[in-house]
Design a protein around this ligand. Structure first.
Ligand SMILES: [Zn+2]
Length: 90
């Protein structure tokens, strides 16, 4: 069973979590001022790396909080997790 480390609850089974997309996607400060292409990029364009990927998760059936994690997309191995606004593990 795959274990995911919630920064507040520790290692828990993956069934307690919900994937919430790519981490560190920043909404434009003034959406009316950006071009359609930039807005489309914010809404739909995400990285699809072969390797390390920083993504958001939610501990849905636990504390309910969102956090970020670094996962290797080929091995599905988690290298660490950190609270929103925190620094990713080295
Ligand atoms: Zn938790």
């Amino acid at each position: 069973m795959l274990l995911i480390a919630c920064p507040w609850c520790g290692d828990r089974p993956e069934l307690e979590f919900r994937h919430a997309g790519e981490a560190h996607v920043t909404r434009p400060a003034d959406p009316a001022a950006v071009s359609d292409a930039a807005w489309t990029g914010f809404l739909y364009e995400r990285q699809n790396p072969r390797g390390l990927y920083r993504e958001r998760w939610r501990h849905l059936h636990g504390c309910g909080r969102f956090f970020n994690a670094v996962r290797h997309t080929l091995t599905d191995r988690f290298l660490g997790s950190y609270p929103p606004g925190g620094e990713p593990p080295a």
